[in-house]
Write a protein that binds this ligand. Structure first.
Ligand code: ATP
Ligand code: MN
Length: 483
C-alpha cells in the first residue's frame, strides 16, 4: 500500500492494525482526518522551505496531494540532526516519521514533530525553484520541474478533477466512452493542417514526378494524427445512441496564440436521434456540471487562482453555474457587432467567420456571460454540419466565454445522403476515403448531433490562466516539443 493514495478509512484501518503507512498531506489536513493529535505518521515529499534555527529546523514539505504543505519540526534529539542541517535543502525529497501535534502557527492546524528523518534524494543549490515566485514563461522552460510549484501543482489537480467529472457527467447519462483512433486517413475538416505520420525514412523512393511513393509506407497511403475524433464517434453514436470520446487531438496550424496548442485534448460527445438544440442543451449542462463539481471539491486550489491570477474567479464560476447561458443566432450576433461603436481589426459583415475579437466583444462586453451562437453561414463551417432550410446557414453552435472566445464548437450533422455527398464534393474531399462515412447515411442513418470541447480551454476558463501552454503538463506549440 505504500505510496498509494489511501482513503481516510484505509489509513484508519491500517493504523488500528498497528501499521505505520504513509499518510498523504491532504489527509493530515482534512477536517475529518482519522489522524489524531498524538498519532504517529509517516510522510514523504519534497522540501519547499527550510528554516534553520540551530537547535531546531522547520521544514515545509509538499507531496502534491494538496496545495498545503505540512510543517515538520526537527530538533537536536534526532540522531542525524547535524546531517539534516547540512544536507537538507529546498527541493530535496524526505521520508519523515513523527508525531502529529497541534500547530501554534497560523494557517495550519497540525504539524509534525519528527522522530526520524531520512534524506531520500538530495538537491543542490542549482535547483531552479529556489525563490517563491517565477514567471509562467520561465516555468515553461522547466516543464519537468514546474509541477512542484503551487500554481502548476494546483492545475494538475484541477485538470485531473475536470477529467474525472467529465467521465462522471457522461457515464451518469448513459453515454458510452469510445476510444477513437489517433492515426487517421481522413482530414476531418477538409482544410485542417495536419501532422503526417510515416514510417518512410529520408531518401525513400519518389516517382517520376518527384512524389512520395506510398507503396513503401506503412499504410501504403498518407495518414495523419487526428484533428478530431468526431467522425469515428459518429459511427458509434449510430450503433450505441449516446457516446463520447476524450482523447488527444493534433493540429499543425501555426497559431502562436494563448489559446492554441499543436497537441490538445478534446471531449466529443455524439448523440443519435438528436438535433442542434439537444447539442446546445448538453453543452450547457456539461459546463455547469463540471464547474460546479470543481467548486465543490477543489475550492482550496481554485482560491489560489482567485487570489493571485484572476480576481473574482470563484464568484464568476458561481455566476456561470447559476444562470442560463445567452443564446443568439449568428445573424443576430453580426447585427450586434455592426451596431457596436467598437473598432474591430477585422470589419464585420454577414458571412465573415467571427474572429476572436468579435467573440470576445459579444461574450465579454455585450452579454458579460457565456454565450451560444447558432446557425452560422454554411460556407464558413465544416462539410458535415447540417444545412438549414434557408439555404444559407447550417445547424452549428459555438459556445463563447469571456476572456477566451470559443470553448466549444458543435453541430447537428448532415444525415441526408445526397446533401452530404454534395457538400463533400464541394469541399474537395476524396470521396473514396470518406465512403465509410457516407455508409453511415446509407445504412440506417439518423439525425445526430454533438460537440467538441477543447479540454485545455476548459481548464483555462476554470482557473483564469492566461496561456494555454500552462494548463497541459508538457505543451506542444510551434517550435516547442521539449521534454
Ligand atoms: P478556433 O477557431 O478557436 O481555432 P476551431 O473552430 O478551429 O477553434 P473546432 O474545430 O471547432 O475549433 O474544435 C473544437 C474545440 O476544440 C474548440 O472549440 C476549441 O475549444 C478546441 N480547439 C480547437 N483548436 C484548438 C487548439 N489548436 N488548441 C487547443 N484547443 C483547440
Ligand atoms: Mn469551432
Amino acid at each position: 500500500m505504500e505510496g498509494r493514495n489511501c482513503s481516510i478509512e484505509d489509513i484508519c484501518k491500517q493504523q488500528k492494525e498497528g501499521l505505520n503507512m504513509r499518510a498523504l498531506i491532504k489527509h493530515l489536513h482534512h477536517e475529518k482526518s482519522s489522524h489524531k493529535i498524538g498519532d504517529h505518521v509517516l510522510v514523504m515529499g519534497w522540501v519547499r522551505t527550510l528554516r534553520d534555527q540551530k537547535k531546531f529546523a522547520f521544514i515545509e514539505i509538499n507531496d502534491g496531494s494538496c496545495l498545503a504543505n505540512i510543517q515538520v519540526i526537527a530538533n537536536s534529539d534526532l540522531e542525524n540532526f547535524s546531517e539534516i542541517l547540512e544536507k537538507v535543502a529546498t527541493g530535496a525529497s524526505l521520508k519523515v516519521n513523527g508525531v502529529l501535534v497541534e500547530s501554534p502557527g497560523k494557517g495550519q492546524k497540525v504539524e509534525i514533530h519528527a522522530k526520524q528523518i531520512e534524506i531520500v534524494g538530495q538537491c543542490d543549490s542549482s535547483y531552479p525553484l529556489q525563490k517563491k515566485r517565477h514567471s509562467f514563461e520561465f516555468l515553461r522552460s522547466i516543464a519537468h520541474l514546474r509541477p512542484r510549484t503551487n500554481s502548476l501543482g494546483a492545475i494538475a489537480r484541477i485538470r485531473n478533477a475536470l477529467a474525472m467529472s467529465t467521465h462522471r457527467f457522461f457515464q451518469e447519462r448513459d453515454f458510452l466512452y469510445v476510444n477513437t483512433p489517433i492515426i487517421t486517413a481522413s482530414d476531418c475538416e477538409g482544410a485542417g493542417e495536419l501532422f503526417q505520420v510515416t514510417s518512410l525514412k529520408e531518401g525513400a523512393s519518389k516517382n517520376e514526378r518527384g512524389q512520395t511513393d506510398y507503396s513503401e509506407d506503412f499504410f501504403e497511403k498518407p495518414v495523419f494524427l487526428t484533428p478530431s475524433g468526431q467522425l469515428n464517434a459518429e459511427a458509434y453514436a449510430l450503433s450505441h445512441s449516446n457516446v463520447y470520446t476524450f482523447g488527444p487531438t493534433f493540429r499543425a496550424e501555426n497559431s502562436n496564440t494563448s489559446r492554441h496548442l499543436a497537441e490538445f485534448w478534446m471531449v466529443e460527445p455524439e448523440m443519435a436521434f438528436a438535433d442542434l438544440q439537444d447539442s446546445t442543451k448538453l453543452a450547457e449542462a456539461y459546463l455547469k456540471f463540471v464547474l460546479s463539481d470543481l467548486l465543490d471539491k477543489h475550492l482550496k486550489d481554485l482560491e489560489l487562482f482567485n487570489s493571485f491570477i484572476a480576481k473574482g474567479l470563484v464568484e464568476k464560476l458561481e455566476h456561470v453555474i447559476k444562470n442560463p447561458f445567452e443564446k443568439i443566432s449568428y445573424t443576430e450576433a453580426v447585427q450586434i457587432l455592426e451596431k457596436s461603436s467598437k473598432k474591430f481589426e477585422f470589419p464585420v459583415h454577414w458571412g465573415i467567420d467571427l474572429q476572436s475579437e468579435h467573440e470576445r466583444y459579444l461574450t465579454e462586453e455585450h452579454f458579460k456571460k457565456p454565450l451560444m451562437v447558432t446557425d452560422y453561414p454554411k460556407d464558413i463551417k465544416a462539410f458535415y454540419m447540417r444545412n438549414n432550410e434557408d439555404g444559407k446557414t447550417c445547424a452549428a453552435v459555438d459556445v463563447l466565454v469571456p476572456q477566451m472566445g470559443e470553448i466549444i464548437g458543435g453541430a447537428q450533422r448532415e444525415e441526408r445522403f445526397d446533401i452530404l455527398k454534395q457538400k463533400m464534393t464541394a469541399s474537395k474531399l476524396n470521396l473514396e476515403t470518406y465512403d465509410w462515412y457516407l455508409d453511415l447515411r446509407r445504412f440506417g442513418g439518423a439525425p445526430h448531433a454533438g460537440f467538441g470541447l477543447g479540454f485545455e480551454r476548459l481548464i483555462q476558463y476554470a482557473t483564469g490562466m492566461e496561456n494555454i501552454r500552462d494548463v497541459i503538463p508538457f505543451p506542444r506549440s510551434p517550435k516547442h516539443a521539449d521534454f
